[in-house]
Design a protein around this ligand. Sequence first.
Ligand SMILES: Cc1ncc(COP(=O)(O)O)c(C=O)c1O
Length: 476
Amino acid sequence: MKLYEQVADELRQRIEQGYYRCGDRLPSIRALSREHGISIATVQEAYRLLEDEGLAQVRPKSGYYVRPRPATPQMPQVSRPTQRPLEVSQWEQVMELLCANELPGVLALGRGMPDISAPTLKPLHRALADGRGASPIRGFSYDSLRGSPELRLQVARLCIDSGCRLHPDDIVVTTGCQEALSTSMRAVTQPGDVVAVDSPSFYGSMQAIKAFGLKAMEIPTDPVTGISLEALELALEKWPIRVIQVTPTCNNPLGYTMPEENRRRLLSLAQRFDVAIIEDDIYGDLSYQFPRPRTIKSFDGDGRVLLCSSFSKTLAPGLRVGWVAPGRYGEQVLHMKYVGTAACASLPQLAVADFVAQGHYERHLRRMRAQYQHGRDQMIAWVERYFPAGTRISYPQGGFLLWVELPGDADSVRLNERLLDQGIRIGPGVLFSASGKYRNCMRLNYSEKPNERVESAIQRIGEECTRMLLDIEQVA
Ligand SMILES: Cc1ncc(COP(=O)(O)O)c(C=O)c1O
């Protein structure tokens, strides 16, 4: 890491840990240059980086300040899904999204892709290239069924940050979080069972529900506090629910982080009705809040929570390194993992373990959290500027995904078709419902550093949407 990046990193850390709050004056250039024994130009470079990330702003003749946060946008309403278990549809739309994202030259704003261009990932490139920690024999052999001990040790250490005390043997490495979710789902259900999910909900877990012959009971969800516990309790009383599947931290797609009190109450409900919880924590380490929120798993005394995650959003999805802490369902999960993939690829596991052990993961996270938080504020500002009046926008507490609720009868599936000619793709809301609801919603990705290409795309989406609403009005 270059010297100015180190100084920026230290300041970023102090801001994140609350030593400097929004609007506070940051140390002067001269003071930092003296403190670190470095040149004025190096400190200026560090401040330019923080400005770039949206963390600091300069006030002429006064110095650098922590950038104040803009006002919360007009949020989407609490969802009102169908009040009975449903078979999941939407596979065609999911497949279309996944395939369209691969088209060359398309700006894929609907995808769940992190920014993989950060220089803080360089040590991981090196570890992958020179196979650090792996002899050729090790890299070419079958990995153990649970996954590499080096990686499981590092994951167990990372889990301490979310309040979890896990032994490496409590962890099973998977091929991404999708496999963690699907093996968990299969391990705790029988065909015909009902799974309670937050709504809107990540399409990957819903497609697992479909594939295993299960039904989804979508529960109303608040864009600030998450799944409605009152509605969940009613559903648990009425339907034979076997498992609750939630993403309580930096939710995809709504972006909320469930308050700790609600997490405890959710766990109590699961205990009372004796059901399992599949907790998806894939965005947890990208929380803008410091320290990051505790997982539901961290309160789990009787092993009913299966905690699923991966390095796909924090590092890179191409690594395909994920994991599950299955609690009391360890044997069933291992069996399902064996049936599905038997063993995961060894080299990416060893490279990630090395990257985490050397302290590079923390440094990378600090940078990405700052970038994404700035990206959120910029994306919200663009949507507010270019989209039709009455648009509602989520206020993500971490990660890099925005949920937008369009006014009137706007239809995001048709909008997406119209946008394809212009080389833009969005994530239509229907993907996030078991039955094709949320047609008036879309998911947008803000992982890229704010730039003109993305701004112009947001403007064109807004214009197309306004045109669509006018067409609808004229026909009516
Ligand atoms: C909430 C959520 N869970 C799981 C996954 C799947 O993750 P992976 O790429 O690690 O399989 C994703 C990916 O988009 C996601 O958004």
